[in-house]
Ligand binder design. Structure first.
Ligand code: NAP
Length: 471
């Protein structure tokens, strides 16, 4: 009995919460490098387990059967899903998990509204934070579900818009949600009003994400992630739960930083991404398709490229989205090993937004056991291209496009790129002259030092390794 009372004392619970969020922060610092990432993740998970135990102790009574069923259901769905997911499906998995977080936040806010009879006798700040959490949590839940649907191709990836009236309708729906919240803070205890507010926020979540093209989804998911974090922090303030405040703010801050980094690396402003209409998988106006390139494109063979590679001193591999699609990372590693066995120096140039999610290339190459020291970040590798014999571009397109530096009219103008054109020779492996994500031609392909090796990345790279063995 004494032990139970001690375990439920507010001071003891606060100590547990402090330990929990200290572990979140320590764990997060481990995520800055691949060597410490797994450990960091485990440390943060221990922190979360401590926070959950503290919360269950604090509640004292409560429906234990329901809690156990909830935990069992969550484990049964979450663990196999996380184990089985393919790396290429990670963005939609994150969207789904993020949506669940937002959903939990708005349901908790609803439960608090009911438990307190519409905030009867509660301080104003409690109502304000709880309603903020409900609106943002609901936007995040519905927005994340749409993001998941688009990435999973359950919904069309192209932008679905209301045309010119889109922003006006969004503003009206947002105003309706806020008006309901204001009426509740002002003293209305009507549950109908609360439900109307949730519905308006739900419509807003759908309206905001539907106009955004499928390929912009990783940025949107990161933004929604920041929203979920903020709404969880607001719930923490309302429930007086310090661990939830800290965890929510960490998610909110890191989500905002990541969103900004991705937007900067793509040279797009966050409002422009939210305004939508880009990245629907189609080709934007002004782009040309196969064979319409201005200038001559030189095509080469695996045998010729293998000779160049065999006699090179330094080869820089530039992976992109096509390597992920072809799942060519293991074949790439085999080719690199064969080159290294001949004394050729091999490194990998990693652009911050190559592929379709942050760290996409790092994850794929780590899966193929590429030594981490060989992965070089853009700013670090760019000066090296001038000393590189062969830049081998594998399924990368936009991240190598010189138009980002030379053509002010280009949609990617200003985006930092990998300076592959500075290499002595550039070999580009892709299947056709089709554009990449930005839907624009790549003038790199018509440069005199560039040759195209047309084909699927995995097949082409395997052919190179086979040809190399004959030299
Ligand atoms: P990209 O510009 O989208 O180009 C990928 C190229 O891969 C395509 O041109 C395609 O040409 C080729 N490809 C596709 N399947 C292939 C296969 N099986 N074998 C060989 N090639 C294949 O890719 P990127 O250079 O990696 O640039 C990423 C783009 O995505 C950037 O514009 C970035 O802003 C955007 N983006 C990135 C993120 C992120 O977080 N990383 C998020 C959102 C958007 P073919 O069809 O001719 O083969």
């Amino acid at each position: 009995m004494l032990a139970t009372t001690f375990l439920q004392q507010a001071d003891f619970l606060h100590v547990l919460y402090i330990v929990a969020f200290a572990l979140f922060i320590y764990g997060l610092s481990g995520l800055t490098g691949p060597r410490t990432a797994v450990r960091g993740n485990r440390i943060a998970a221990v922190g979360m387990a401590i926070a959950v135990i503290a919360t269950l102790l604090a509640r004292g009574e409560g429906n234990w059967a329901l809690i156990v069923i909830g935990v069992a259901l969550g484990t049964a769905v979450g663990v196999p899903a996380a184990r089985r997911v393919h790396m290429t499906a990670m963005p939609q998995m994150v969207a789904l998990f993020n949506g669940v977080g937002g959903g939990a936040v708005f349901l908790i806010a609803w439960a608090e509204f009911r438990n307190t009879g519409g905030y009867l006798g509660e301080p104003t700040y409690f109502a304000v934070f709880s309603l903020f959490a409900a609106i943002i949590g609901s936007v995040s839940f519905w927005g994340s579900n749409i993001a998941f649907g688009k990435l999973q191709e359950l919904l069309p990836g192209r932008p679905i818009t209301l045309g010119r009236s889109q922003q006006l309708v969004n503003a009206l729906v947002a105003a309706a949600a806020v008006a309901c919240a204001v009426a509740i803070v002002a003293g209305s205890h009507s549950q109908l009003l609360f439900i109307l507010m949730l519905i308006a926020a739900a419509v807003l979540g759908n309206l905001v994400v539907l106009p955004i093209g499928g390929a912009d989804m990783p940025v949107v998911i990161s933004l929604l992630n920041a929203f979920t974090g903020l709404s969880a922090a607001a719930t923490g303030v309302a429930l007086n739960n310090p661990a939830l405040i800290v965890a929510g703010m960490i998610v909110g801050a890191s989500g905002s930083i990541l969103t900004n980094l991705m937007a900067v690396a793509m040279n797009r402003s966050i409002p422009a991404i939210i305004a939508g209409g880009f990245g629907g998988g189609g080709v934007v106006a002004g782009a040309t398709g196969a064979g319409e390139h201005a200038g001559t494109v030189r095509s080469t063979t695996a045998a010729d490229v293998a000779v160049q590679l065999a006699y090179a001193r330094q080869v820089v591999i530039v992976p992109g989205y096509g390597m992920a699609v072809a799942q060519a990372q293991h074949a790439v590693r085999e080719l690199a090993k064969a080159l290294e066995a001949r004394g050729v120096g091999v490194s990998y140039a990693i652009h911050p937004v190559a592929g379709r999610m942050p760290g996409h290339m790092n994850v794929l190459l780590a899966e193929a056991d590429v030594p981490y020291e060989q992965l070089r970040e853009m700013d670090d590798i760019n000066p090296e291209f001038a000393r590189t014999d062969v830049a081998l571009v594998i399924g990368a397109n936009d991240v190598t496009n010189p138009a980002a530096k030379t053509n002010p009219g280009s949609p990617i103008y200003g985006m930092p790129i990998l300076d592959v054109e500075d290499a002595n020779s550039v070999v580009v492996i892709k299947r056709s002259m089709n554009p990449g994500f930005a839907g624009i031609d790549n003038e790199l392909y018509t440069r005199p030092n560039t040759a195209m090796l047309f084909g699927d990345a995995k097949t082409a790279v395997s052919e190179l390794t086979a040809e190399l063995a004959n030299i």
